[in-house]
Design a protein around this ligand. Structure first.
Ligand SMILES: [Zn+2]
Length: 209
């Protein structure tokens, strides 16, 4: 049974690797980012509370997150699972490990990408004004959407500011989990600078060996 934690800073390619791991193992995944966004969109009281944190680029408090994650884990206890964006803090990790309501993870994957590379990815990000696709540009400013040929716009300044806040939070709050999982022999650190295919090849080899 696979119970996997996927860790990595913003723009480290977690979303892509999460999808591939889900497909490889046939397990469901929970992205706490998506979970929170759905709650906000639902217009619930909880969602309104969550929104005040997200708007500041701050993390949602442990107790709030734990409640939402616990419910999802309970529903997926039989199949194993992958968690993307949880645990984010040592407190959350210890709860997941020790609380009798949860089953401990079997593997913690950490995608390692230097800050300067992540910033380059954020700066190169464009959004299509026609179809809304997110595109990363390598060439000049005349590049068009590869999906529909539409004009591309950049939100790089906003995105970069938001990225830096989240990155600092990640370094301070989530990176200590590397030691926590390493001490239990559960940590797989992967060089996330390589192509998505190369990154996945390392993860796949570990999972299937
Ligand atoms: Zn487009």
């Amino acid at each position: 049974m696979h119970r996997i934690i996927l860790m990595g800073p913003p723009a480290s390619g977690k979303g892509t690797q999460s999808l591939r791991i889900q497909k490889l193992l046939g397990i469901p995944a929970l992205s706490t980012g998506n979970l929170l966004r759905r709650e906000v969109e639902s217009g619930s009281e909880l969602g309104a509370e969550v929104e005040t944190y997200l708007n500041r680029g701050a993390y949602v408090p442990d107790a709030l997150i734990m409640k939402m994650v616990a419910k999802w884990l309970e529903e997926n206890v039989a199949s194993g699972w992958l968690l993307d964006g949880f645990p984010r803090t040592l407190t959350q990790a210890q709860a997941l490990e020790n609380d009798s309501a949860f089953e401990a993870p079997t593997l913690a994957i950490a995608l390692d990408v230097p800050k300067v590379v992540l910033e380059g990815r954020i700066i190169g990000r464009r959004e299509c004004t026609e179809c809304g696709a997110t595109v990363s540009v390598q060439g000049g400013s005349d590049e068009k959407c590869p999906e529909c040929g539409g004009e591309l716009t950049s939100r790089a300044d906003d995105d970069l500011e938001n990225f830096r806040r989240r990155y600092t939070n990640y370094r301070e709050q989530t990176q200590p989990l590397f030691d926590y999982y390493a001490a239990q022999g559960k940590l797989l650190a992967v060089d996330g600078v390589k192509s998505p295919d190369q990154v996945f090849a390392v993860i796949e080899q570990h999972l299937l060996s």
